[in-house]
Write a protein that binds this ligand. Structure first.
Ligand code: GLU
Length: 511
């Protein structure tokens, strides 16, 4: 059946969005764009117990930062509005009752305490309690109680839930675009709650299926943790008579810890020093904070590129992808079935690659705020130029200050190791002589200075390394930095001479 591609990202606002969730959103987005379809954002906030204020805004900001555009949904609107499930609450009861009428669901009146007591009782016998065909006709449900009592209980305001009546011993056959054919016997499943009178809200399962149907979703692309719910979802489509338009399903592999075993967690990130969230997060309730890729200095393009390859591979050696390239090349067929191990070093590697590809103009825009923080006021051309000289050695924009500060601030002190190595013997006298050579140069361009100084060193028979490192000590104050003539041409003659004089006048040679 060919129908328009409509996918949805359907997070629950229960805290900051994990990077696994961002990857789910990304794959949905790539799939939608590739097929000329629509990307929908639906907020699944029917679990009032787990609702966290600020989480929805965090999700929207994260997607915007990543460049994942929403066509329809929360924050955008669209023909199926509202897209926040708490604002759609009147819709769901009708559907739950439709299932009760059709015999696919029933009322249950057990209190939380009664269920807890049952669980304990089973446990004491070494068994696990499951709410399913084995007990539903003995418990306080509309399957065991007379119809008038059910009615009376509802009318006097007793709390109830509507549970799905999971068929006994039926084989459900399902297809997953990543995992292929999957089969489950329904006797292993329980009777999930679909609707609760206590808060007049549906649970995830009911709201999710009803909304996917009403919003005409064609493909459900979501995390592997939802695979166990798939048989119930298939049966719900059957119970409603919506099989014809049931979406295709694709369950994405888990993101695993760097060490391999288990799902990637915030604790792994804290322990090993990498974020597991796209943006910085501060819990409005506990005040607890978490690192974010954005605040830790990652470029959104690098972050997205890294995430895209955690679970999908292009089948080639290519590792660097722009968003348009991802849209063109992404395919669910090349998403792996097994979990994808997160590699913190690889995240940094991607960032470094994007850093190296930045133009001077891009670098200037990113670096200027840091320069200003240090009280350095320079043109964009200068900021971009120095950042450009050192970008190959930087992973993050914040690395640039350490790498380039000497361009703007003359050294006051000198790195001890370099002093011991070079500020001795003939070198101070040679530097004094080199000062005169530099003072006599009119054209202080990189090429010309290099030519004059090299000719002079050769003529004198000095060691190139000795002279250059002594000059570096004067101009940079340490054994780091780019080529020496990048430095001289940037600083200009006067500043070079001033720095040489400062070394000659303030530091006694080592021997
Ligand atoms: N609200 C669910 C979540 O938080 C959505 C699962 C689905 O995509 O069906 O992940």
């Amino acid at each position: 059946m060919n129908r328009p591609v409509r996918v949805r990202f359907a997070p629950s606002p229960t805290g900051p969005l994990h990077i696994g969730g961002v990857r789910t959103a990304l794959y949905n987005y790539l799939f939608a764009r590739q097929h000329g379809g629509q990307m929908i954002l639906r907020i699944e906030d029917t679990d009032s117990q787990r609702f966290v204020p600020g989480a929805e805004a965090y999700i929207l900001e994260s997607l915007a930062w990543c460049g994942i555009e929403i066509d329809e949904g929360v924050g955008v609107g669209g023909p199926h509005a509202p897209y926040r499930q708490s604002e759609r609450r009147e819709i769901y009861l009708k559907y739950a009752l439709q299932l009760v009428d059709a015999g696919w669901a029933y009322y249950a009146f057990d209190s939380a305490e009664e269920l807890e007591a049952l669980r304990k009782e089973y446990e004491s016998r070494g068994e696990t309690f499951a709410y399913n065909y084995t007990v539903r006709e003995q418990l306080a449900t509309s399957l065991s109680l007379p119809a008038d009592e059910v009615k009376a209980r509802i009318e006097r305001g007793d709390q109830w839930v509507i549970r799905f009546k999971m068929p006994e011993n039926r084989r459900v056959e399902m297809d997953d675009l990543i995992r292929g054919h999957v089969e489950v016997n329904t006797s292993t499943l329980d009777d999930k709650v679909l609707y609760k009178s206590a808060d007049a809200l549906p649970t995830y399962h009911l709201a999710n299926i009803v909304d996917d149907h009403l919003m005409e979703i064609s493909h459900v692309i979501r995390g592997e943790e939802w695979l166990p719910s798939l048989p119930l979802h298939y049966l719900l489509y059957e119970a409603f008579g919506w099989q014809e338009t049931r979406p295709a399903f694709a369950h994405l592999p888990l993101l695993l810890k760097p060490t391999g075993g288990g799902k990637l967690s915030k604790r792994d990130g804290d322990k090993m020093g990498f974020p597991v969230f796209p943006l910085f997060w501060k819990s409005p309730t506990t005040g607890e904070t978490a690192h974010g890729y954005r605040e830790d200095g990652y470029f959104p393009e690098a972050f997205i590129n890294m995430l895209a390859l955690l679970g999908w591979n292009p089948g080639t050696e290519q590792e660097l992808f722009t968003m348009p390239e991802l849209i063109e090349q992404f395919s669910l067929e090349r998403v792996s079935k097994s979990g994808a191990r997160f590699q913190p070093d690889k995240a940094k590697w991607f960032n470094a690659q994007y850093m190296h590809h930045k133009t001077e103009a891009e670098l200037a825009a990113l670096y200027q705020p840091i320069l200003r923080e240090h009280g350095i006021e320079v043109s964009d051309a200068i900021a971009g130029h120095v950042a450009g000289i050192m970008k190959e050695r930087a992973t993050f924009i914040t690395d640039l200050w350490e790498l380039t500060s000497f361009f703007f601030i003359a050294p006051e002190t000198y790195e001890e190791k370099q002093v011991k190595k070079y500020w001795k013997g003939d070198n101070p006298a040679i530097l004094r002589a080199l000062r005169d050579v530099l003072a006599a140069i009119d054209d202080f361009s990189l090429e010309h200075t290099e030519q004059v100084v090299h000719a002079w060193i050769e003529e004198k028979g000095y060691g190139m390394g000795q002279v250059m490192n002594t000059l570096r000590l004067a101009l940079v104050g340490a054994g780091k930095g780019p080529g020496m003539y990048d430095v001289t041409s940037f600083l200009g003659k006067e500043e070079c001479l001033r720095r040489i004089d400062h070394l000659l006048n303030t530091l006694k040679p080592a021997e």
